[in-house]
Write a new protein. Structure first.
Lengths: 255, 396
């Protein structure tokens, strides 16, 4: 995967990060290409979730070395909200519940923040609801889900659909999906995957973090990266999935 | 008048200083309870002594002709406007609670031999606006309010002040909630950090099968304390909720006693407190269940969020129970804004300031959205946002 810098959306160079006193990412290199789906697979504790948190500027993570270059710009010091406005989106493994915050109000506030950042006109409540209708239908979400408090009392599947709904309306350029398949039944998995596939436009980059290959039957990856002990030890095509299924992570030899 | 002169004096001296005729029982009661100080249980978190020390000018409360208006407007203790047909009189309060815990309840009555009596007819919604115009003054008045049996009335209470300073307001309601009726009181009070201070001492007497809903929204700065005594008869209910959002050097809050006297009486009391800057919030609330109040249900809860490390919340929910046949619970929590929630909002491009605002409003929303009138709700939300931005100037 040797590319010139114009073909790279996000270039992660020698990334080192810790949470608390624990060093987790130990020199991770990864290049996300436009229009490609990158799947990150790895055993528990390898650093998959830390990688996603690091890329979106999570407060838990202390960046101790390396660089994150996004669209040619170093974003190491960029605040989380700026990263989001610039087009980096993380679908959380465990979306937090926020009682008292109306889901529709939250979604419209997020969308309007983005539109304002882009110098576009913000949407009023009626315009927003019209824009939402088709997304809700596509994801098989009931319209009352956006009138409820954000994620409060949502089932695991509803939470994940709500994450995908946010992705659809915010139209990010780098989409990080942290175990989007966990806790989903087959129908929810299909709906969520269709939502993700709908976002494929040949320009967006996807980083799909997963334990299992099941989601990759629905979202076809271009690259499989194996993350182990804080580093990418192998990158290959989709054929690597069956090898991992068969022999596990221990069988993988470093490139 | 210097109220601190009333400290440690006997009934005779008190009668002379206050120029009171008769009213023995009131004088004795005030004398017994004594002028509040920082040692008084009900004023221990509130700097009451500072407010009693200055020499205040006193006002003459001469009733004037009441003009027709869209609300009951009380300027410095005198009613100046009222909606057409509203029955308002000045007369002595006939039903003073002789078991009130607050000495300033009695002082308020002693200083106000004539109270403003308001009778609410039918299913009415009415606004009382308290307007203060005098600096360096002691403004004292009491309102004696009655509703009708089998009726549902709502009272909105708002406050306006001119550019005044060093004034102390002592006011309060004696609310008589008639049998089988509902009285809803929504108090909305936004103050600046300087200007005037208020001690509001209320008594609510809830008749059989009646409902009293008392919702207070105390926002901003300043020094203010509401002291609330509620007595519940058989099958009656009180729903008290208090939202406190303070900034700067404010000291405000609620001291309350809800007394279950009748069987099957129920009470719910919720306090939500948001403290910023150097503010101190007070929620010192007792639910007392007397021997006569079998099958009572009482629930009391206080939740606080501290937005600044110098902010402080004195939260003291208490139960005093004399029977076994009841259901009662109480609790209090204090915390900060949830970092995970804050980050989640920021990760969607919402600024730190807006994310904080969303979470602070979310915390308060359960109480704000209980206000049925959407115009009142919008007013409270607007005041709430004003207080928020004032406390977050550095992020603007």
């Amino acid at each position: 995967m040797s590319k010139n810098s114009n073909d790279i959306t996000m270039d992660i160079q020698n990334l080192q990060a810790k949470i608390g006193d624990k060093e987790i990412l130990k020199g991770l290199n990864l290049k996300l290409e436009p229009g490609k789906v990158h799947a990150i697979m790895g055993p528990n504790g390898a650093g998959k979730s830390t990688l996603s948190k690091t890329l979106v500027g999570h407060y838990d993570v202390e960046l101790t070395g390396g660089d994150i270059i996004y669209k040619g710009k170093n974003i190491n010091e960029m605040e989380a909200e700026e990263r989001a406005l610039e087009g980096i989106f993380l679908s959380f493994q465990h979306p937090v519940e926020i009682p008292g915050v109306n889901n529709a109000y939250f979604l419209r506030t997020a969308l309007n923040a983005k539109l304002k950042h882009q110098g576009k006109e913000e949407l009023n409540a009626a315009e927003f609801l019209r824009a939402m209708k088709s997304h809700l239908a596509d994801l098989g979400m009931k319209s009352d889900m956006i009138s409820r408090s954000l994620n409060e009392g949502f089932s695991g599947g509803e939470k994940k659909r709500n994450e995908i709904l946010q992705m659809l309306i915010l139209e990010p350029e780098v989409i990080i999906l942290d175990e989007i398949d966990s806790g989903l039944d087959i129908d929810a998995l299909r709906a969520v995957s269709e939502g993700i596939n709908k976002m494929k436009d040949g320009k967006r980059s996807f980083l799909v973090i997963t334990h299992y290959s099941r989601i990759l039957d629905y979202i076809e990856p271009d690259y499989i990266h194996v993350l182990k002990d804080g580093r990418i030890i192998k990158t290959a095509g989709p054929e690597l999935v069956s090898e991992l299924e068969e022999n596990g992570y221990d069988s993988i030899e470093e490139d | 008048m210097k109220l601190s002169n009333l400290k440690n004096i006997n009934t005779q001296e008190l009668r002379s200083v206050l120029d009171v005729k008769g009213r023995e029982a009131l004088l004795e009661k005030f004398s017994l309870l004594g002028l509040p100080s920082k040692k008084s249980e009900e004023y221990r978190y509130f700097d009451v002594e500072k407010l009693l020390e200055p020499e205040y000018k006193t006002l003459n409360y001469v009733p004037q002709a009441i003009e027709e208006g869209d609300k009951i407007k009380i300027v410095d203790g005198i009613v100046v406007t009222a909606p057409k047909g509203m029955r308002i009189y000045y007369e002595a309060c006939e039903q003073i609670d002789m078991d009130h815990f607050d000495p300033l309840y009695y002082l308020g009555h002693l200083l106000s031999p004539s109270t403003i009596k308001i009778e609410l007819d039918g299913d009415i919604h009415v606004t009382i606006e308290h307007h203060f115009t005098q600096s360096d003054a002691l403004i004292n008045y009491r309102i004696n309010l009655y509703n009708q049996a089998n009726r549902h009335s709502t009272l909105y209470e708002n406050f306006v002040a001119d550019d005044i300073e060093n004034t102390l307001i002592l006011y309060g309601f004696d609310l008589h909630v008639a049998q089988d009726s509902t009285l809803r009181v929504v108090k909305s009070h936004t103050m600046e950090d300087t200007g005037y201070s208020i001690v509001a001492s209320h008594r609510v007497d809830v008749g059989k099968q009646a409902n009293a809903l008392f919702k207070s929204f105390d926002l901003g700065g300043g020094q203010a304390l509401q002291l609330l005594k509620v007595e519940l008869a058989e099958h009656s209910h009180v729903d008290a909720s208090h939202l406190l959002y303070l900034n700067e050097n404010s000291k405000r809050g609620t001291v309350s006693q809800i007394v279950h006297k009748g069987e099957h009486s129920t009470s719910t009391q919720i306090a939500k407190n948001i403290l910023d800057g150097n503010a101190r919030g007070i929620f010192d609330a007792l639910i007392k269940v007397e021997h006569s109040a079998k099958y009572t249900k009482a629930d009391q809860n206080s939740k606080s969020i501290l937005l600044h490390d110098k902010a402080y919340m004195a939260s003291k929910p208490q139960l005093e129970i004399y029977i076994d046949e009841l259901e009662a619970s109480h609790g209090a929590t204090t915390g900060q804004l949830d970092e995970k929630q804050l980050f989640y909002l920021q990760s969607r491009g919402i600024s730190y300031l807006e994310a904080r605002k969303i979470l602070v409003i979310a915390f308060a929303n359960t109480l704000i959205e209980m206000v049925k009138d959407t115009r009142q709700q919008e007013r409270i939300k607007a005041s709430f946002e004003e207080v928020f931005y004032k406390g977050h100037k550095e992020y603007l």
